[in-house]
Design a binder for this molecule. Structure first.
Ligand code: G3I
Length: 371
């Protein structure tokens, strides 16, 4: 049997980590602490990270839920208009379910031109472009949702449909033919039909920051419109990429407006929607270089945030966007100006628990028992 070098190295890394993992496993996992309060905890897993056995083990030991990071997006599933390639998504879903974890689906439609495959814009929509756009969208959503309907209980049906700078719905190749509202509605209706028991979620990155008011207002407008039109939606995915949205913010994690955030959440739950924390991490660029100071600030910020979120009975799911600093998406896309490694996750790059891990566990433990 041929064993490649990467597999050998990964196996060695897993062995080296074994004692630490065994010790960590003796403590209650985040999933178990969450479960004791009627909640689910999980994280994202991308294929690149999935190939690291020690990271798989960390996730299996801490998570009750897994969400594929990229592998269920159009860019991964759809090489062209006729083909579906489920190989990578299936690997992650099969691994999660065979290890007793649930799976969230992300995302049946990323309503943003930038993140859709190029062919969607170049596609020949023919003499009746509206009809063809609807066929393409419905076929995609139905095929993916139906394939995983027995293993996925919750789907991010539409991701990031709003331009936060204008507060308007984005335009894409599909929405230019269908209208933006109709595009979103069609995706949700097709998802409900294909996976009738699944929780259907609109997922976006509005936050509690004082400078995010326009985005929050736009999300409320979208949700209210969907409810008025009778669109089947069950929840709002609050991504929760915390910290300043500006990489070069002078200090601190940005000014938050708790009152505005509560008012926003009150409106959402008033519509009968669940709240899901879907992509928690803390962008630490504006914090000082010293690791202890930074980790403390990240943990305190997240604890205050989670305490607020978990005060809502409708919030029963908390997902991190990666468990370890080794694999965070933020390392590549938002490097720190001082060049030091980013620390946005609950475990460090060597899979050692950080103060953020304790903050998450503490928030779960302190959650009031909601009826
Ligand atoms: O798989 C290819 C690989 O074959 C190729 O060699 C390499 C070259 O760049 O790219 C690899 O794909 C990358 C993929 O991640 C897998 O690592 C893409 O370029 C890269 O754009 C993609 O980034 C992901 C991004 O979404 C776009 O899909 C991030 O990992 C992922 O963390 C991020 O997740 C988003 C959520 O879906 C929505 N909310 C925000 C969040 C963070 O941006």
């Amino acid at each position: 049997m041929l064993v490649d070098r990467r597999t050998v190295l990964a196996g060695a890394a897993a062995l080296a980590l074994a004692p630490r993992m065994a010790q960590a496993a003796a403590e209650p996992s985040l999933a178990r602490i969450a479960q004791a309060k009627g909640m689910c905890f999980g994280s994202t897993m991308g294929l690149r990270n999935f190939l690291d056995p020690a990271y798989r083990q960390l996730n299996a030991s801490q998570c009750g839920l897994i969400v594929p990071e990229t592998e269920m997006k159009w860019v991964a599933l759809r090489p062209d208009a006729r083909t579906f390639d489920f190989a990578a998504a299936d690997r992650i879903v099969d691994w999660a379910t065979s290890n007793g974890m649930g799976v969230r689906g992300h995302t049946l439609l990323w309503h943003s031109e930038r993140w859709m495959p190029d062919w969607v814009a170049k596609h020949d929509y023919g003499p009746d472009p509206r009809k063809e756009a609807e066929r393409l969208l419905t076929e995609h959503v139905a095929t993916v949702a139906r394939r995983y309907a027995d293993r996925i209980d919750s789907f991010d049906v539409v991701n990031e449909g709003i331009d936060p700078d204008t507060g308007l719905l984005r335009e894409t190749a599909l929405s230019r033919h269908l209208g933006a509202e109709a595009t979103i509605d069609i995706a949700f209706r097709a998802a409900r039909e294909a996976a009738p028991r699944a929780e259907l979620v609109y997922n976006d990155f509005m936050t509690w920051r004082a400078d995010d008011g326009r985005h929050r207002a736009a999300v409320l407008r979208l949700l209210e419109g969907m409810k008025t039109r009778g669109v089947p939606i069950d929840g709002l995915g609050v991504q929760s990429h915390l910290g300043s949205k500006y990489s070069d913010a002078p200090t601190g994690l940005g000014q938050v407006d708790e009152r505005a955030w509560r008012a926003f959440l009150d409106e959402v739950v008033g519509m009968g929607l669940n709240l899901l924390v879907t992509e928690l991490d803390v962008h630490d660029n504006p914090l000082p270089t010293a690791i202890e100071v930074r980790d403390r600030a990240v943990a305190d910020h997240a604890r205050a945030y989670l305490d607020l979120m978990l005060s809502y009975p409708a919030c029963k799911t908390v997902m991190c966007w990666g468990l370890s600093d080794r694999y965070t998406w933020l390392a590549g896309s938002r490097p720190r100006p001082d060049g030091t490694p980013k620390r946005p996750c609950p475990y460090d790059a060597d899979f050692r628990p950080k103060p953020l891990r304790a903050a998450i566990a503490g928030a779960f433990g302190a959650r009031p028992m909601h009826g």
